[in-house]
Ligand binder design. Structure first.
Ligand SMILES: NC(=O)c1ccc[n+]([C@@H]2O[C@H](COP(=O)([O-])OP(=O)(O)OC[C@H]3O[C@@H](n4cnc5c(N)ncnc54)[C@H](OP(=O)(O)O)[C@@H]3O)[C@@H](O)[C@H]2O)c1
Length: 326
């Protein structure tokens, strides 16, 4: 019998990767919770065409109503946007009431210890703590940094069609190793991890390659034959950015222009300076390593992604909502 998986955030970048990963893997009946405002979103209609079953429900509904909407669901996977982590508390409580067998809260970021380094990590950890307090079976999945937002722009503009920002910054000398993943592989990992008994109540680190950002730039340069612009950002500048963006984002309500700058600065602090986003540190923190769990998994390599970019066949991220900032 197919495993019934309900996705929260299915229309998003990570959510669509997860939906595709589950549909392509087979053995899953895939449901998507969607709020009323989003029922006509093209991304949702596209998922519906592919076989995803839509359940309309507001995550702020009373937990009895949410539990009713979760009836018969085996696994919940959440991939809500960075500013929406808190909305998962209700649905986790309802999942416990509904007897959901496993809850995958929205992780899907880089490796970093909780407790004051990254606000985003700490927001996610509050959800994890809630899940553990209500004794809901869970798996936390982190994935490193997407290729799709790590690649620098080419001066010719050849890959602009798939760029989100110019991505010309290197932190320090740019040689701090970090883990990277193709966004499209996230769903493939998820399809394996969520039904694996070894990953119940565990954290899993699923990443494709470990490279330094400077090596990412070098690879793009080598394969394109173009000189890539590099803006070296001294560590003191990152520390200054962190201090300033923290000071300006301490008060709510959430204001993207303040918090997004803080996410970026704190990411740079964590993976760029501290060197947190590597498999060794993930292991130290207690993560299982997906490369050891699934040695046969063939990830998309960074070079393959760059070749797609250069051939004009890659897909950009957030193309539906942001004006490009280069
Ligand atoms: N590792 C990396 O490199 C990386 C990069 C980017 C993001 N991330 C992480 O990945 C996670 C997902 O981010 P994303 O950029 O993929 O997300 P996204 O594209 O912004 O999509 C967010 C999804 O959450 C849903 N959502 C938000 N608020 C909701 C609400 N109140 N009720 C119901 N649904 C709601 C949205 O639904 P609607 O369709 O209704 O709007 C959408 O489906 C984030 O938490 C972030 O931390 C990681």
């Amino acid at each position: 019998m197919a495993t019934k998986v309900l996705l929260i955030g299915a229309t998003g970048e990570t959510g669509r990767s997860i939906a595709n990963g589950l549909l392509n893997a087979g053995g899953f009946e895939v449901y998507a919770f969607t709020r009323a405002a989003s029922v006509h979103k093209p991304q949702l209609l596209d998922l519906e065409k592919k076989g995803v079953i839509i359940r309309q429900c507001d995550l702020t509904a009373p937990k009895e109503e949410l539990a009713e909407a979760l009836k018969g669901i085996d696994i919940v996977v959440s991939s809500v946007g960075p500013s929406d982590q808190h909305i998962q508390h209700n649905i986790a409580t309802a999942a416990k009431v509904a007897g959901v067998k496993r809850f995958i809260p929205c992780g899907f970021i880089t490796i970093c210890a909780p407790g004051g380094i990254m606000w985003l990590r700490d927001e996610k950890e509050k959800v994890y703590n809630h899940i553990k307090q209500i004794k809901l079976p869970y798996t936390i999945i982190d994935i490193g940094w997407w290729y799709q937002i790590a690649t620098p722009r080419l001066p010719s503009g050849k890959i602009d069609y798939a760029m989100t920002t110019s991505n010309d910054e290197l932190i320090g000398d740019g040689r701090t190793p970090s883990s990277f993943t193709d966004l499209r592989d996230i769903g493939k990992y998820v399809a394996k991890i969520i039904v694996d008994p070894r990953t119940e109540n565990k954290m899993v680190f699923a990443y494709n390659v470990v490279m330094s950002p400077a090596e990412i730039f070098d690879t793009v340069e080598r394969l394109s034959g173009e000189k890539v612009e590099r803006r070296y950002i001294p560590e003191e500048t990152v520390h200054k950015r962190v201090a300033e963006t923290r000071a300006s984002s301490e008060t709510y309500p959430f204001e993207p222009t303040k918090f997004t700058a803080r996410f970026v600065a704190e990411y740079q602090l964590s993976w760029g300076i501290r060197g947190d986003n590597v498999p060794e540190y993930a292991k130290y923190l207690g993560y299982l390593d997906a490369k050891e769990l699934y040695p046969d998994f063939k990830p998309i390599l960074f070079e393959e992604y760059v070749q797609e970019l250069l051939h004009g066949t890659a897909t950009g991220v957030y193309t539906d909502r942001i004006s490009r900032i280069y």
